[in-house]
Design a protein around this ligand. Structure first.
Ligand code: TXA
Ligand code: MG
Length: 311
């Protein structure tokens, strides 16, 4: 996919007018607005039907632009140099002089920041003189969007413009790491913890339990396809879809494979689009076969556990 400068211009024009625009990122699509504008940020919450106390991630083009809003530290710099732009979000202290809208943080003194890698998101951020607040472009508590058609499915004409950047190539949200004290993972994501640990050369605490909510991505039901999800299943119920990590020789119409050979990256990329596909085919529920708890499989399991809280 090539960059179409007319599309970037159109998105820029709308964003300057405090409208919201959906943008592609390598993880999932984001519902973007000017992070310095109360008006734009209020629109994001309203469109997503998102609780006001669930803060937004702010997307920056580079370090220089971030430094206006946040204090940075050594751990941040180490990770930034290796992984950015990429699927990692940092929790940092906000500077007193920051112009970030209070709506973004709900008055919190910290900010979640990220540098997206998708070339269209980068190009857009480069031509703007403000950062973009952008939560995942889906209705609150539902499955994230990994293509422009997913975004349109959730919002229809309510969003003024969707910038098309093809299918998100990671397909899972960014990994969130709180770097203000001892590094803590608040949300598993598209970047594996072990690689973060290797770069920091210290232990990283995993703090994403549903019981300890400090990042509302940990709210109970999340990533829900809108029908019940059952995990580690061998025996199906009637009118149930079967979601499997690896292609089986036995193939029935209700079997859905996340990857041909059980490749976890491929499975991650296909997870949300497959959940959406199953829902559209009117199955009553989704049974999920065992998914290995390693690498990106940890994030896939995390999302499916949360999706299974549907009642
Ligand atoms: O990959 C991603 O991170 C995507 C793309 C669009 O960048 N964005 C995304 O945003 O997943 P969202 O809003 O769906 O998830 C952001 C998570 C939420 O769980 C929110 O609670 C948490 O980040 N968060 C935001 N600000 C925070 C803060 N100051 N402290 C702790 N958690 C925060
Ligand atoms: Mg989300």
């Amino acid at each position: 996919m090539k960059i179409n400068l007319a599309n970037i211009k159109k998105a820029k024009k709308l964003l300057i007018k405090n409208e919201c625009v959906a943008i592609p990122t390598e993880t999932v699509y984001g519902l973007a607005g000017n992070a310095y504008s109360n008006k734009a940020c209020k629109k994001i919450f309203k469109l997503k039907k998102r609780p006001k106390n669930n803060p937004l991630i702010v997307h920056y083009f580079n370090l220089e632009s971030l430094k206006k809003d946040c204090d940075i530290n050594n751990d941040f710099l180490k990770l930034y140099r290796i992984f950015c732009p990429g699927p990692i979000t940092f929790i940092l202290d906000l500077k007193k002089s920051s112009k970030i809208s209070k709506i973004v943080t709900n008055g919190k003194k910290t900010l979640a920041v990220r540098f997206p890698k998708h070339f269209i998101a980068k190009k857009l951020l480069k031509v703007l003189n403000f950062p973009l607040a952008a939560p995942s472009a889906n209705l609150s508590s539902k499955v994230s969007a990994v293509s422009s058609s997913d975004v349109k499915e959730d919002f229809g004409k309510k969003i003024k413009y969707v910038l098309d950047g093809g299918k998100s190539f990671i397909g899972l949200e960014s990994t969130i790491v709180d770097l203000r004290n001892k590094p803590k993972i608040l949300r598993l994501g598209g970047l594996e913890i072990s690689t973060i640990q290797k770069v920091l050369k210290k232990k990283v605490i995993l703090n994403n339990q549903v019981s300890k909510i400090s990042s509302p991505g940990q709210f109970k039901l999340h990533y829900s396809p809108g029908i019940p999800v059952r995990l580690n299943i061998k025996k199906l119920k009637s009118r149930e879809a079967y979601l499997l990590i690896k292609k089986k020789r036995e193939n029935k119409p209700n079997y859905f494979f996340l990857s041909k050979k059980g490749d976890l990256k491929e499975a991650a990329k296909n997870l949300y689009s497959t959940l959406r596909k199953i829902k559209k085919k009117n199955y009553k529920s989704i049974a999920v076969g065992k998914i290995p708890y390693k690498g990106l499989g940890k994030t896939i399991n995390d999302r499916l556990i949360r999706a299974s809280k549907f009642k």
